[in-house]
Design a protein. Structure first.
Length: 165
């Protein structure tokens, strides 16, 4: 895959106007990885609020790669947010489409009552035709799946409710 300067400018402009938090593009002799933190819609406690606007940061990495078949970017970590009581929620770390199984007709990664461990894949978020496996950051039991399979999700949207060990 060849990517000229004009195409790269167009790609970056398109991504800048979108809600995409992470993007990775790999070609035969390059890898482009973009990660950014946009202000979220999470309410800020009054004690922490100020009149200073939030800072937006971006990391753009473009590096040559030797063997693309052997290298793959690690899956994004599943975001975790606390809920009332003894449960926590796994939330979407990016905008995408939520999938419970690796492919149609295959078994789901987790179901209600499933015991999960740290690093276990719990779902897939598809963003721009890239399948991003979300891994759990803790062990516990799935008590509720909050999103229907194949549904678009927003950044920070709760996906799965867990009772941690």
């Amino acid at each position: 895959m060849n990517l000229d300067h004009k195409q790269l400018d167009h790609l970056l402009a398109t991504l800048a106007d979108s809600d995409i938090q992470e993007f990775c593009l790999e070609g035969k002799d390059f890898r482009l990885e973009i990660k950014r933190n946009l202000p979220s819609s999470v309410p800020i406690p009054l004690a922490a609020s100020s009149s200073v606007p939030p800072v937006m940061s971006s990391n753009i990495i473009c590096e040559p790669s030797v063997d693309l078949s052997a290298s793959s970017s690690p899956p994004p970590p599943a975001a975790v947010s606390s809920t009332k009581g003894e449960f926590v929620e796994i939330t979407a770390p990016m905008v995408g489409t939520f999938y419970r199984a690796p492919a149609p007709g295959e078994p789901v990664f987790v179901d209600i009552g499933s015991k999960i461990t740290v690093g276990q894949t719990v779902c897939i978020l598809e963003a721009m035709k890239l399948m991003n496996e979300l891994e759990s950051e803790f062990s516990g039991e799935v008590v509720e799946i909050l999103v229907e399979n194949g549904t678009p999700v927003e950044f920070g949207q709760p996906l799965i409710k867990i009772k941690p060990n």
